[in-house]
Design a protein around this ligand. Sequence first.
Ligand code: KE4
Length: 419
Amino acid sequence: MDSKSLFKKAQTLMPGGVNSPLRACKYVQAEPVFIANAKGAYIWDVDGRQYIDYVHSWGPQILGHQDPAVSKAAHAAIDLGSSYGAPCYGEVALAEEIQRLIPSMEMMRMVSSGTEATMSALRLARGYTGRNKFVKFIGNYHGHADSFLAAAGSAVAATPGTPGVPEEVVKHTLLAHYNDLDAVKAHFAESGSEIACIIVEPAAGNMGLVLPNDGFLQGLRDLCTEHGAVLIFDEVITGFRLSPGGAQQRFNITPDLTTLGKIIGGGFPVGCYGGKREIMEHMAPVGGVFQAGTLSGNPVAMAAGLATLKRLQDCDYAALEARTKKLAEELTAIMTEKGQAVSLNHIASAFTMYFSDVPVTNMIESGNCNADAYATYWQQMLAQGIYLAPAGFECTFTSFVHTDEDFEKTLEAARKVTF
Ligand code: KE4
């Protein structure tokens, strides 16, 4: 079946024909292509068309698809069984490696998605402090647990309104714009003794890429320390992408808890939350805060994740950052030459070129971008074999396997886009 036929059938079976809203490509006014296979920096659709992939499964595939070491580890693991529902070596090995790379994670718990990681970290912060309120940032996306679906980013930003979330739940969710430290200070001035935690994307990737202003993260750190609240870094995107030790290593700020996902699964379903031992020991079965999962610590996913982290040690983050910066700046220059108002945010192997005439530092500016221009750009890049995130509230991800030739083909395609 070709993509169109598959999509037609899929829409009779799944809402919007997809298992995750972003994939429906509604934001870019297009239909999704169905992917048949992937290798390295490339994906192929069911009609045999090849694309240079800059979505990379929304972040996990920083080594490229089917990295040989990762695939070998996963195949070896599956030959030993797919799931035991009991402790296994892989859980210990991956946890030990994560702890080595992110020392603030003195103790941790594996789960099966980033959503599970953040919802568990929030429950833990509430259980540890005995407080219910928490601060999140407008445009930050922490997965789809009810408490987070107030002014979230990513697909939520692209689909306004989230029925099914009771007001009683989100009334504890205190909102502030990203980079607005004064708004957070005001929340603490009013409710400091009731605030369990702040959860923040230390570099935001779900309103497009938005970087923290100087002093923003340190200000959050200081407020949490002063008021006995837990600082949670949601590093589901930034973990092992911004540096070998994630955003907390890059920005030299130590959170109390960290959530991870994506890259640590090597393409398999893995999430993780962890941090200070004295906080984590409030989790069952040691403490009273409950969380569980049938496939948590799955041996195949653990093996793929560990192989991924081991491979990343040999990768040159600085070189990829420089190459990514060059690609992003050249794309921006091409769009500018075409008369488009664009602004660029970039860090490490992630960037967002906004169709905006102002720099983007929060969700207000991100939400004011020219969605039609992005849709035009996306459609014409896809037609030329370049697969970008089908939404303006996402990042463009490069990987350690994208070649300079891939980047040049991407620039060549951009030069041919007409508005
Ligand atoms: P998952 O439950 O999708 O594994 O992770 C949720 C999550 C948590 N925290 C951050 C910072 C995240 O970016 C995410 C998920 N990211 C989106 C795209 N930006 C996943 C793609 C999708 O929803 O289809």
